[in-house]
Design a protein. Structure first.
Length: 352
């Protein structure tokens, strides 16, 4: 799976157009069939499940094909955690317009997004609100095969970066290279197209932007170790929330208890994945049988502690993270105006 970490200027406009198009049509694309609770590992404490007739149906749009970023959602669905809070939740794959467009257009109550794209959506007037980061800190970075000898930002000089043509890529690379007084103009930027990391780095690409929890772990399993230059090692402002759970302002205003119930189940699902990574991986594997089971197992072991990390509870988010990254975007010409970051996120619906 080659996951694009960021999308920028064009994304805000496409989100707006997508939301307008989707406001008159629905879509259904089930992300894995419902599975019975996993028999391995301990189960979360269960309470009385609401009768099926009383369950409120809601949709959650993923940001990508199912992977370990989503494990807590599959646990919540397939172990009945949302049901005990009165919800029947459908997980669907994102359309071309993206998860944010569906949520902004009212075609789904919740979605999986990222802070960078959500800020751009807010700049374009889309009423999206982050209700919980899935992972507390940014686990993305620039990966390269070890034989490229790229161990820190200054080593990017003279190397070829494979990306997808976003102005943000150059801005991020330049930002962390500046920490070491290195010259971004000495980096060769090329469009890597649809080739995955392993193919691209065998065809002239020296480094790419990845999430270690998936591509990095896959490299370990393939016996092709990589060096990582993590964004968070060189910039506090680049320690933003990716991915996160989002909803629409209208949902919050009209049905706050729905948001509370949804987060209660999601929180229990991710806490289960934190406490029982192997059993949680089994839930995802059973729900998505075509997935690489060995990769899911290894990825889950690496990622589970990072869902909550140093936060007092899963799903916590801070204004300083929102404003810090927003200010970085503004300083680097990735958005055009200062925004109200307090409108972009809420923590009041998280379980205490």
């Amino acid at each position: 799976m080659k996951k694009k970490v960021l999308a920028w200027k064009g994304l805000g406009l496409s989100l707006l157009a997508g939301a307008m198009l989707l406001s008159g049509c629905g879509g259904k694309n089930d992300a894995g069939s419902s599975a019975s609770p996993s028999s391995s590992g301990a189960s979360p404490a269960a309470s009385e499940t609401a009768p099926a007739a009383e369950l409120k149906e809601v949709k959650v749009v993923l940001d990508w094909t199912p992977n370990t970023n989503h494990t807590g959602l599959y646990v919540a669905r397939d172990m009945g955690l949302w049901e005990k809070h009165g919800l029947k939740v459908e997980l669907i794959l994102p359309p071309e317009a993206g998860a944010s467009a569906l949520v902004a257009g009212g075609q789904a109550e919740f979605g999986v997004g990222a802070q960078e794209s959500m800020i751009l959506a807010r700049e374009q007037g889309l009423p999206l609100v982050s209700i919980a980061p899935i992972i507390q800190h940014n686990t993305s970075g620039f990966a390269s095969p070890v034989d490229k000898n790229i161990k820190e930002p200054k080593d990017f000089e003279g190397k070829t970066y494979g990306g997808w043509g976003s102005p943000a890529e150059r801005a991020v690379i330049e930002s962390i290279m500046n920490v070491q007084q290195a010259d971004v103009n000495k980096v060769n930027f090329v469009n890597a197209g649809t080739a995955d990391f392993f193919t691209a780095t065998k065809k002239g690409i020296d480094f790419e932007w990845i999430f270690y929890a998936w591509t990095g772990i896959e490299a370990e399993l393939r016996g092709e170790p990589v060096n990582m230059v993590y964004l968070t090692d060189y910039s506090k402002q680049l320690d933003y929330y990716t991915p996160l759970l989002l909803t629409n302002e209208k949902v919050i205003q009209e049905d706050p208890e729905l948001v509370r119930a949804f987060l209660a189940g999601a929180s229990e699902g991710y806490q289960y994945a934190i406490d029982h990574p192997d059993a949680a991986a089994d839930v995802l594997i059973k729900a998505v049988p075509e997935i690489n089971a060995d990769l899911v197992k290894a990825s889950q072991k690496w990622l589970s502690p990072k869902y909550k990390d140093d936060a007092p509870r899963w799903g916590e988010q801070k204004r300083e993270v929102w404003s810090g990254y927003g200010e970085w975007m503004l300083e680097n010409g990735l958005m055009e105006k200062e925004l109200n970051y307090d409108d972009m996120f809420m923590t009041e619906f998280l379980p205490q």
